[in-house]
Write a protein that binds this ligand. Structure first.
Ligand code: NAP
Length: 352
């Protein structure tokens, strides 16, 4: 029988790109999508995907759909605890969700670390225990914790895996959102600031990954799950307390990102000078309505190594580098503003 796959968030940047890749690689899989709204565009793109109308607050719909699936890909919202609890309620198959670990995320980092290179590079193999114990104020952590708890309590029945992309770049392939967050948010902040910028020395480093490399990790994980359903053998190194996957293809220092972005935006006539400027902590704090988002997006370190995918799933990033597609990412946002930072800020803190 064809494996039954349930996917959430498949009109979004990551979920939409994952759905496109899975249906292309495995047209025989029986895929069901939970959507807030079923558009004609979606049905035309995926005539064989069954759709169920529901949102992340529709706990019974999520729980029922998950219970009738072999594999659940939750790619929509890494902050919504209710949705994750519902998906885990009767889950008998494999669970995936998407999240990220950001070292020194803006909510908890001391100001003297902004713009300074941290020597710490996280590994999804060597640092499993520490990641499982990260404090609740880390981004996405409350929902990640639910997955760790489910793995600990029900690991014999539910195999979980959490995919932790850092900032993702490149054009997505979904029927809805095709742009990521980082470049559009930086673009908007640069327009408001009138130049590209960095904080302090601008030496904070960011792991980065192209959307196609995130997607290839998801496809490998789903294939691993299908294999274990077929054979009845679960590889302990891939799931549960070990089921953490960083997906990193490159690392860049923020000042270099700012210099390249400033150069492109100046050449497009969007700002006067290509030179990035140094910002103070107060200037950073005032961005995005004083939300602190700018520290998390542009001022902190997020350094990780994708050891697990490489070692146990044969994952290897192959997509173009950040600088190769930066101009296209900038132009995509310039021509079609899909990301609205105000809507993102309004939604933060409203998750149940
Ligand atoms: N993009 C990145 O760089 C990145 C990196 C690391 C982690 N992440 C995390 O990964 C997750 C997905 O990111 P993304 O970039 O793919 O986001 P996205 O493009 O905004 O997609 C979000 C998806 O979730 C759906 N959705 C949102 N709220 C919903 C609700 N209340 N009920 C049902 N569906 C809902 C959206 O459906 P509609 O079409 O109905 O709006 C859409 O399909 C997020 O939690 C994000 O923080 C993203």
């Amino acid at each position: 029988m064809a494996p039954r796959i349930l996917i959430t968030g498949s009109t979004g940047y990551i979920g939409g790109s994952v759905l496109a890749a899975i249906t292309r690689a495995h047209p025989g899989y029986a895929v069901t999508a939970i959507l807030r709204k079923v558009s004609q565009n979606y049905v035309d793109a995926y005539p064989r995907v069954k759709t169920i109308v529901g949102d992340y607050d529709s706990a019974d719909i999520l729980a029922d759909a998950a219970s009738q699936s072999d594999i659940v890909i939750h790619a929509g919202d890494s902050e919504h605890k209710g949705a994750m609890k519902a998906l885990l309620r009767h889950c008998v198959g494999k669970m995936r969700k998407v999240g990220e670990v950001d070292e020194e995320s803006g909510r908890s980092a001391p100001t003297e670390t902004f713009g300074v290179l941290s020597p710490r590079v996280w590994s999804d193999v060597d640092d499993v225990e520490e990641i499982a114990r990260l404090p609740e104020d880390r981004i996405h952590r409350p929902v990640d914790k639910l997955v760790f708890e489910a793995a600990a309590a029900h690991g014999a029945h539910i195999q979980t895996a959490i995919v932790f992309p850092p900032h993702v770049y490149g054009r997505g392939h979904g029927p809805g959102i095709t742009q990521s967050y980082m470049v559009p948010f930086f673009y908007d902040a640069i327009i408001a600031h009138k130049s590209a910028f960095y904080i302090a020395k601008g030496e904070n480093a960011r792991s980065l990954v192209h959307i196609e490399d995130v997607v290839s990790l998801y496809v490998s994980l789903v294939e691993e799950a299908v294999k274990s359903l077929d054979t009845g053998t679960v590889r302990d190194e891939c799931w549960g307390k070990n089921g953490l996957y960083f997906t990193v293809s490159t690392e860049l220092v923020w000042k270099d990102i700012a210099a390249a972005t400033g150069k492109i935006m100046a050449s497009l006539g969007l700002i006067d000078s290509a030179e990035p400027t140094e910002c103070t902590v107060d200037e950073f704090r005032s961005m995005f309505g004083g939300s602190g988002l700018s520290f998390h997006m542009f001022g902190t370190n997020s350094r990780s190594r994708a050891d697990r995918g490489r070692s146990f799933l044969g994952w290897k990033p192959k997509a173009p580098g950040f600088f190769e597609v930066l101009e296209a990412d900038i132009l995509d946002h310039h021509n079609d503003e899909q990301r609205d930072v105000k809507a993102v800020l309004a939604s933060l803190g409203k998750k149940k």
